[in-house]
Design a binder for this molecule. Sequence first.
Ligand SMILES: Nc1ncnc2c1ncn2[C@@H]1O[C@H](COP(=O)(O)OP(=O)(O)OP(=O)(O)O)[C@@H](O)[C@H]1O
Ligand SMILES: [Mg+2]
Length: 428
Amino acid sequence: MSSFTMNLPAEPTTSERIAETADLRPIPRIAIQAFCETPEVASVLERAAADRRMAKTHVKIHMGGIEAATDFYGSAPTPNLLFVESTKGRDAVLDAVDRLAGVCDPGTKVILIGTTNDVLLYRELLRRGVSDYMVVPFDLFDVIREIGEIYLDPSSGPIGKTIAFLGAKGGAGSSTIAHNVAFALSRQFEAEVVIGDMDLAWGTAGLDFNQDPPQGIADAVFSPDRVDDMFLDRILAKCADNLSLLAAPATLDRTYDFSEESFTGIVDVMRAGVPAIVLDVPHVWTAWVRRVLTLADEVVITSVPDLASLRNAKNIVDQLKLMRPNDQPPRLIINQVGVPKRPEIKADDFKKALGMDPVAIIPFEPHLFGSAANNGQMIAEVNGKSPVAEIFEEIARLVVGRTVARKVRKSAIAPLLSRFSIGRRKAG
Ligand SMILES: Nc1ncnc2c1ncn2[C@@H]1O[C@H](COP(=O)(O)OP(=O)(O)OP(=O)(O)O)[C@@H](O)[C@H]1O
Ligand SMILES: [Mg+2]
């Protein structure tokens, strides 16, 4: 039984609560309907429905509780998932559920929402085929988690964490940072990392990793029907241990005008099979870019310390807060700080305008970055001891949070393993 002790959160959702929801996964394209009795429950379901993790679902919320549902579905097909609320006592609820069962299609899953923490009722409901019983009060995240538990099969493997990198201005260094953070991620964590270069005309991920694969992201976006896990395997180019690339063609023989959903299929397939996905998003503002930013779990904005970037960064942050009200705000990186003789806007002014501290301030180091870019290497390969390489490692740790397991060095685990095997031999 799902008996929730959280109170309905006051708007906006607290950052503690958001932090606890890092493991929430997007819900598949199911139809969900609800028949509520109380406005409180209807409002929580509405807020859940508006969350980005529910973007693929089709949700309809009605009032009238379980009785209205029974009337309604007497002449209408039932959805994949049905929430019904009842504030009545055990016997009345069970009677109502029996009547509802008479009009429910076999594939429909039902979640009952009630007011009493009643184990006997819970058992009786399960016996009647109800999927779960939720006791008020609960919040939108509890709802999304509940749906996820029903529809996301744990045996289908972890869903990836997606980190989108966007520049506040062209040339800010967003791609360079995305590639170096991905490289740091692939080295630090025992998890496969994929970089998706979404700048199809000009993307530099292939150059930065010294790769020129024949296939890449264009194959996925121009034949969306073929995109599945096996197709992904074919178009990925391996750059390093644990690091693969979906390269941009970077050719101009055709134009790249995408619809809003052009990248949704490939991103969905990646997140179903790859633990960490770094999306190198070009500095444009189109429907598909906005869509990709709602799909991502984390957004990292790279800005240079000038006025235009400050304005743009502020606009992006404000827009993302509107688009992702139940998520962490994006992270800000100020890059190319300390260009000789150039007047700069201070980190403090960014903080005042954006209401957030930058997670990193990266110095302007033309020799280091220039050598890396021209040699097709990462900063850590050019100079592993440079403070900039450490900054990339820090950012990598920050953006993956806790969903990707920390890499355990072989040397550290070996003594433990040998002790374990000796112990087993003795026991045997
Ligand atoms: N901190 C830095 N110091 C010196 N050079 C840098 C720094 N960061 C990035 N660069 C250089 O700036 C140039 C632009 O970087 P990059 O292509 O990553 O920017 P971008 O924001 O992705 O640009 P675009 O708008 O074209 O996508 C590259 O040549 C890169 O090597
Ligand atoms: Mg770029």
